[in-house]
Ligand binder design. Structure first.
Ligand code: DPP
Ligand code: ZN
Length: 875
């Protein structure tokens, strides 16, 4: 496969003013009539031939300005259509035949549970018709859909519904017109037998917007949460960013078979069912929160993505990084900001840091790719979000808002670059972000090494910070980056001390948090007027996506856990302390006990009613095996898993009574409410339950069974099930699994949870059991959610089983990827990811991982998706 480079970007030789589509949908295929009003781009070199993108297309006819062309006038393959000589302005009409029914890649137009739907980002539109399928070609679309009326009563596309009518043979049609020019990746079509849920939103300027959600009839009761979330997001975007919705209707459709989480098509968002449908009986608190944030994310794209879009796919983070930032701000405003920050930072520190340290490491703005689908990554999304967050930190909220206003005003209707975004921020604020741009250009996670020195006689405290950015593939040398480093100093009584950077600064004017700006290899900051050596609270709020090394003592970490005014750093201290304790137990004889201090810290936490209980629930979670792997130099997964289990066992045994008390205190009765206090209460209670079952506590077992049977919501039911599945109570485990399946087998979203709970369990999820799940009646290789909930959960979350020393987990994964590569290469390529970091592991693992990658490499006709990941990983 070919590598595409950012440096080769050229403006499109032809532009499309108007795209007129007519779809005839049938049971054995679909005929697509497209008429494009095109003209040469005045900014492009003259005389270029017309070349359109295609993918797996069967051409039926071509006409130029109404004149049918014959074979010699053009060159057509399933992947391209070329006409050497065209006038400066013309209309091109093309008819293609496609087979949505056989489309297992789920790109372009395909069928899912009997309905037609589309996924065009990034390059799916070319699977529908020949087109200049690139985001910098923006056209006004008019779409006519024709289909059987009884099978497909609902016919949807982007924009406004302008005409409908009946046709012969029981068929009907609908015409949709989108007044906003858009790139082809934002095109969408849906045809199916769906129920409509209606709602309304009045915009800030008083316009009435029709909100409509379309789902299969069995899901009619699962729409409320998405609609409520949508209205909250619409209001929030007006209030916080001054963005008003622009069309008269906004539609959301849920489909079961979907490669991504959701898609922001203009006016017609299409969602993976698991990211939009919810009721208290079927969705957990986590699912409710995820849905709220994804609905908001897709809605926010209407401005950050659709009105202003990307010039090319190297700029993907322009819309994704900014939109993720917007959705994290939104979620933070809707719930607990500290907990939201902890969730985002843990994902970044485990998964994104891993990506940044592996063979697929790439900058937030990549400079090359073979298959763009492989670049919908944690780096582009999550690190991209952190980069925008740092701009927000450096500029402050007012100037950031001014920059965002300027960006939207300046670029509305355009396809632009991340550099245009940064420039708008600079122009609005007067700040120079030239060095800051390295965040978009350099891959790898910067490492900060911090040293300190206290001078008793002077009453000064000096912090010296060194930065280094590691080498990554293709980038051996790095320059220092511009890093906002938020710090505080905590005094003896747990008081946040004033940070005086000079001796003359008045104590009362000095803030207790400062954002130090690091730009060079090393900096020293001196703080004045300190009576005693303080404890530093570093990188407060995780102010930059970097690693921090500082030789904290366990006593200092204990101190920060109970005193740091920065909630994020309290959690961080708990994780550092627990990691340190776990790591020190690795390879130690079995009779070496866990440091008592960890026990004391957890006992205090369990009893602490003054702290945000959602934060307490988070702090009680031991670092995951994935996080511990990421923190180690060369990982020994089994040793990590064992040491973590030992610590968990000891904590649970010693704190047994505290856990039971915590459980009982947080046991709720009464109606299910999705308020932060209730969510925190359930989280705490269910953590306590999981710990009790981990040590086979009899009372815990009784509580779990009772909770499982009496649960009034899925959070409690699934948590009890998970606790039983992760326990050694094998009889109860099986009974609960059977009852759960019996009760929910008609509901795919719940069955996916049932699969994932088993596949990710170190106890229940043996390889043999996971293989058996693949044979289960509810498993379906055509459905990405099922694949993710069994194969993905096993390889991504059941790390002690996946990394079996005999290599069986790796061989299992490779075999499944090989089969999937034939049907859905995008999903196949994602599943390679757990193997890519083989160099991070001890030989006993890495050899097996590498040999699994070699098995993949040796398959003939590998898709370019899998090819790219495998070849880069073996390099
Ligand atoms: N639908 C995906 C997202 O919103 C890709 N744009 O991130
Ligand atoms: Zn997005």
């Amino acid at each position: 496969p070919q590598t595409i480079y950012l440096k080769d970007y050229e403006v499109p030789p032809f532009l499309v003013d108007h795209t007129d589509l007519r779809f005839e949908l049938f049971e054995d295929g679909a005929r697509v009539h497209s008429t494009l009003s095109m003209r040469r781009n005045p900014e492009s070199a003259a005389g270029q031939p017309l070349e359109l993108d295609g993918d797996s297309l069967e051409l039926e006819s071509v006409a130029l300005d109404g004149q049918a062309l014959s074979d010699g006038d053009y060159e057509a393959t399933p992947a391209s259509l070329r006409i050497d000589s065209v006038p400066d302005q013309f209309s091109l009409s093309v008819v293609t035949w496609i087979r949505p029914q056989d489309n297992t890649r789920l790109e372009g137009l395909y069928k899912s549970s009997g309905m037609f739907c589309t996924q065009c980002e990034a390059e799916g539109f070319r699977c529908i018709t020949y087109y200049p399928d690139r985001p910098d070609v923006m056209a006004r679309f008019r779409t006519r859909i024709e289909a059987d009326q009884s099978r497909y009563p609902v016919l949807l596309s982007n924009g406004n519904d302008v005409e409908r009518g009946e046709l012969d043979d029981g068929r009907h049609y609908a015409v949709w017109e989108d007044p906003f020019p858009k790139p082809s990746y934002l095109f969408a079509l849906v045809a199916g037998d769906l129920v409509e849920k209606k709602d309304q939103f009045t915009t800030v300027s008083g316009r009435e917007i029709d909100l409509r959600m379309y789902v299969e009839p069995r899901n009619a009761e699962k729409c409320d949460h998405a609609l409520v979330s949508l209205k909250k997001a619409m209001r929030w975007d007006e209030e916080v960013y001054g963005r008003e919705y622009d069309l008269d209707i906004f539609m959301i459709v849920a489909v079961d078979d979907f490669n991504m989480g959701a898609m922001e098509n203009k006016g017609l968002n299409i969602f993976n069912s698991s990211c939009v449908l919810a009721s208290p009986d079927t969705a957990t608190d986590m699912a409710f929160q995820r849905i709220e944030s994804i609905v908001a994310h897709e809605y926010f794209h209407n401005w950050s993505g659709n009105r202003v879009t990307c010039r090319d796919w190297f700029q993907l983070s322009l819309k994704e990084g900014f939109t993720v930032f917007r959705d994290t701000q939104f979620s933070s405003d809707m719930g607990s900001p500290t907990v939201k920050r902890i969730e985002d930072a843990s994902l970044l520190r485990t998964a994104q840091f891993a990506e940044d340290g592996g063979p697929m490491a790439h900058p937030v703005r990549p400079d090359s790719y073979m298959e763009i689908s492989n670049f919908y990554t944690l780096t582009v999304y999550e690190k991209g979000c952190e980069v925008v967050r740092m701009i927000h930190t450096l500029l402050g909220p007012e100037q950031f808002r001014a920059g965002s206003d300027l960006y939207f005003e300046r670029h509305d209707g355009q396809a632009v670059t991340t550099d245009d975004f940064v420039r708008a921020m600079e122009d609005a604020s007067g700040r120079d972000l030239s060095q800051f741009r390295l965040w978009y250009e350099q891959a790898g996670t910067p490492r900060l090494t911090v040293e300190d020195e206290y001078d008793d006689a002077q009453g000064t405290y000096r912090l010296t910070i060194h930065q280094s950015v590691p080498a990554t593939p293709g980038q051996p040398e790095k320059q220092p980056q511009h890093i906002p480093f938020a710090v505080g100093l905590i005094g003896e009584q747990g008081k946040a001390l004033p940070l005086r950077l000079s001796a003359d600064e008045d104590e009362n004017d000095a803030p207790t948090q400062r954002v130090l700006e690091l730009t060079g290899d090393s900096h020293t900051f001196t703080f004045h007027g300190l009576q005693a050596r303080p404890v530093p609270s570093l990188l407060q709020g995780f102010s930059a996506p970097v690693r921090v090394d500082y030789p904290w003592t366990r006593d200092q970490l204990m101190f920060l856990m109970s005193h740091d005014p920065d909630g994020f750093n309290r959690w961080d201290a708990s994780q550092r302390l627990a990691s340190d304790v776990i790591e020190s137990l690795m390879h130690q004889p079995k009779d070496v006990r866990t440091d008592r201090r960890l026990l004391t810290a957890y006992r205090h936490l369990l009893a602490d009613r003054s702290l945000d209980q959602a934060l307490v629930a988070r702090m009680l979670q031991l670092p995951t095996v994935a996080a511990l792997i990421e923190q180690s130099e060369t990982a020994d997964v089994q040793a990590i898993h064992e040491a973590r289990r030992r610590v968990l066992t000891e904590l649970a045994v010693e704190l047994r009574d505290d856990l039971v008390a915590c459980y009982r205190r947080n046991q709720e009765s009464g109606e299910y409410r999705l308020e932060p206090e209730d969510i925190a209460r359930r989280a705490l209670k269910n953590t306590a339950l999981a710990w009790l079952l981990h040590v086979k506590d009899e009372e815990g077992r009784m509580l779990a069974v009772k909770q499982f049977e009496g649960a009034t919501n899925m959070t409690d039911r699934a948590s009890a099930l998970r606790a039983l599945v992760n326990s050694d109570f094998e009889g109860d485990r099986q009974q609960a699994l059977d009852r759960f399946y019996g009760q929910f087998k008609e509901d795919p979203q719940v069955v996916e949870q049932w699969f994932a709970i088993q596949a990710s369990s170190p106890n229940a999820g043996s390889l043999a059991h996971v293989e058996a799940l693949l044979e289960h009646e509810a498993f379906d290789w055509k459905n990405p959610n099922k694949i993710r909930s069994v194969v993905g959960a096993f390889a991504g979350q059941n790390l002690s089983r996946f990394h079996a020393k005999d290599g069986s987990g790796y061989r299992f994964l490779a075999k499944r990827i090989l089969a999937l590569d034939e049907t859905n290469p995008q999903i196949a390529a994602r599943l390679v990811s757990p193997l890519t970091r083989w160099r991070k592991f001890k030989n006993v693992y890495s050899e097996g991982m590498k040999s699994a990658l070699e098995t993949l490499r040796d398959k003939p006709d590998l898709s370019k998706d899998v090819y790219e990941v495998v070849h880069k990983s073996l390099k």
